[in-house]
Design a protein around this ligand. Structure first.
Ligand code: AMP
Length: 137
């Protein structure tokens, strides 16, 4: 298991602006916010990402996101929030401890996302078929 900054925050070895905590989850301010109030929600157990976390723990994390998101929105006077989560280094995950970003959004806040690609109907059909073929639940 990699000893990440978030695992250190859980163990209270380094400080964080914790805004919510329960037995399984923790919410704290991102140290480099996209907008003011940018909050991270993590499981206390050090799962890396969506590919190794169990269903029950993920449900608890999502429940904390659901409860904290409107409070972050209201506390920052935002109109909405962007909820994002990166899974895998290539997908932009820098800290290998699962986390959801709750980013307050304002009109013209400078946060731009995301690029669109051009792809054919055949490519869409083929990728949908591959995904369907992989589903066994
Ligand atoms: P990601 O790219 O999805 O892995 O995001 C990692 C996030 O963790 C970034 O937005 C960082 O600003 C944030 N971060 C890194 N170190 C800390 C820390 N010590 N306290 C709070 N947030 C942190």
């Amino acid at each position: 298991m990699e000893d990440t900054v978030f695992w250190k925050i859980v163990r209270k070895e380094i400080p964080a602006q914790v805004v919510y905590e329960d037995d399984e989850t923790l919410a704290f301010l991102d140290i480099a916010p996209v907008t003011l109030g940018h909050t991270l929600v993590i499981p206390k157990k050090p799962f890396v990402n969506i590919f190794d976390i169990d269903q029950e723990t993920l449900a608890r994390v999502i429940e904390t996101v659901r409860k904290v998101a409107p409070i972050v929105r209201d506390a920052t006077g935002a109109l909405g929030v962007h909820i994002n989560s990166n899974h895998g280094e290539e997908a932009g995950q820098v800290v290998p401890h699962l986390h959801f970003h709750i980013i307050p959004r304002h009109v013209r806040d400078g946060f731009e996302f995301w690029p669109k690609i051009d792809c054919s109907e055949e490519e869409m059909d083929a990728v949908a078929e591959k995904i369907r073929a992989g589903i066994s639940f």
